[in-house]
Ligand binder design. Structure first.
Ligand code: GTP
Ligand code: MG
Length: 197
């Protein structure tokens, strides 16, 4: 699947302008700067497909990428970006949450968490929203290259505990680095399995 071409095809800031419901979609959600756009690039092996930046708040729209005509990968704006204005936060989050709640073609949400930092209130809120919407989401830890093995082990326990508390959370998490590529094959396999391709 991931040997097929992947191209950008749609971006929107407005919920009433989503592309028509078609083939399966998987979305990448998480706090601002957690590494959503970088992960899409690592997955597709294309460095500049999704725009990544060290500046939080880089992705401001829902960006749709089609992979081989089989599945869309959706890069989302991040939540929890403290410096954004209240209006901007409400706009992005309204769009993001409305999309996550109401999209019939959304097969799975990959909810990204930074392996270096503890779970934030905004992450808990996002998970609770997805639980209520009964949208299956899988936790994906990012930036694992930045964390020592012993710290990662402790983090694993925290994540497993979190998964147990959330009914719509998929029972296993994926631990990745977009820098070293660790965990990327597993994430690719998960996407392929989801759409049976
Ligand atoms: P927004 O679009 O602002 O919500 O951010 P995002 O979640 O798309 O994050 P983005 O992919 O733009 O990455 C943010 C920063 O983290 C960039 O400087 C990336 O280079 C860095 N980064 C992302 N993934 C990794 C990783 O696995 N390891 C390391 N070391 N840095 C990473
Ligand atoms: Mg981004």
């Amino acid at each position: 699947l991931f040997a097929k071409p992947c191209d950008f095809y749609f971006a929107t800031q407005k919920l009433d302008m989503l592309p028509p419901v078609g083939g399966p979609e998987v979305a990448f959600a998480g706090r601002s700067n957690v590494g959503k756009s970088s992960l899409i690039n690592a997955l597709t092996g294309r460095n500049r497909l999704a725009r990544a930046s060290s500046e939080p708040g880089r992705t401001k729209q829902l960006n749709f990428f089609n992979l081989g005509g089989d599945v869309s990968l959706v890069d989302m704006p991040g939540y929890g970006y403290a410096k954004a204005s209240k209006q901007v936060k409400e706009d992005w989050q309204g769009l993001m949450f409305a999309y996550l709640r109401g999209r019939p073609s959304l097969n799975r949400v990959f909810l990204l968490l930074d392996a270096r930092i503890e779970l934030k209130k905004a992450d808990q809120e996002a998970m609770t929203l997805l639980d209520h919407a009964a949208v299956v989401y899988q936790l994906v830890l990012t930036k694992c290259d930045q964390v020592k093995p012993a710290v990662l082990a402790a983090k694993r326990r925290e994540v497993d505990e979190t998964i147990r508390k959330h009914p719509a959370a998929y029972p296993f998490s994926i631990w990745t680095s977009s820098e070293t590529g660790s965990g990327i094959p597993l994430l690719r396999a998960e996407v392929a399995r989801l759409i049976d391709a």
